[in-house]
Design a protein. Structure first.
Length: 114
């Protein structure tokens, strides 16, 4: 299983970015998919998850600003990020869970700075 994350970059505070995570194989085979992030000097933390049924859960710090979605036909999940803040600066990682197997993609760097 390979997860390919993309879409990171440099954005000014208040701006928006959309991250993508394309999965090799069918996205339906995964129980949940998620986005995590790790800021410099901090532990990796959950940002958002989406279940196979389409239910989403968000970290309190991103509620109302971030939205996770899935495009089943494209085997891709997205993270739409709006009203970005400097504290959102981090490497963002895509995760997929199937049974007791956890898969991680490579990270994509998001930098929020003026």
């Amino acid at each position: 299983v390979q997860l390919q994350a993309s879409g990171g970059g440099l954005v000014q505070p208040g701006g928006s970015l959309r991250l993508s995570c394309e999965v090799s194989g069918s996205i339906f085979s995964f129980n949940t998919m998620g986005w995590y992030r790790q800021a410099p000097g901090k532990q990796r933390e959950l940002v958002a998850i989406i279940t196979s049924g389409g239910f989403t859960t968000y970290a309190d710090s991103v509620k109302g600003r971030f939205a996770m979605s899935r495009a089943n036909a494209e085997n891709t999940v997205y993270l739409q990020m709006t009203s970005l803040k400097s504290e959102d600066t981090a490497i963002y990682y895509c995760q997929a869970i199937r049974g007791n197997q956890v898969y991680w993609g490579q990270g994509t760097l998001v930098t929020v700075s003026s």
